[in-house]
Design a protein around this ligand. Sequence first.
Ligand code: LER
Ligand code: MN
Length: 269
Amino acid sequence: MKLSVVLSTQSAQFQAATFKGDLETNLARIASLGYQGVELAIRDPKLVNYDELERITKAHNLSVPAIGTGQAWGEEGLSFTDPDPAVRQAAIERIKSHIPGAARFGAIIIIGLIRGIVKPGVGQAQAETWLCEALQECSRAAQADGVRLALEPINRYETTLVNSTAQGRDLIEKVGAENFGLLLDTFHMNIEEPQIEDSIASCAERIFHFHVADSNRWYPGAGHLDFSSILAELSSTGYQGWISGEFLPLPDAETAAQKSIEYLMEILH
Ligand code: LER
Ligand code: MN
């Protein structure tokens, strides 16, 4: 299992995007701390120069295991479950527009809060149907380019659509696409799962990506989660993917990223 950390390619309100700001400086820092990859939060692929991104990541020997898409919701309000069909369509098109960039880097496309929330006047069942249909359409489009999509169960304080791994597994059944799986995040799991290790085991080969933050959303080691046990369980599922740090930049991004990698390397080796 290799280690990456989240970097937003543009300014963002989302607090746990660990690194924000100048790309060149931040990628150099991330590489010098010993990370092998960087997870990129990209609001809109149109705003990104992919040639430049590839040049800088390659110069620092950094892979791009995953692309976060939630800022299209956070900054623009796009979602798969908006009552306005034009907004739902725009969210689908936005996710599809990530496919070429994801194919280029061999990255997974993350479906976080772009799924949306259940808005007033929309029933939970209707929102779930829209969500499933959008995921079927996006998974089909990504399949053609060999790209995988990972939906992240997110805690109840952010959305009522797919909070737990059990709900995530139900959705996998409904979507019915081989390239659709889950991103598990220890911060959300600590809030929603009865037992984190059992939930990891229940998702097994459908775990496409993994976020780590401690119970307080600080870097691993700063809270009370048992990462030795969590990562041992993840490993025993046969997971070969990335462990991606998505934690608050506290006391500052560099210190948090350094403490995290030191702590995780000790557990993993
Ligand atoms: C994004 O990966 C995440 O974990 C969410 O909390 C975003 O709102
Ligand atoms: Mn996350």
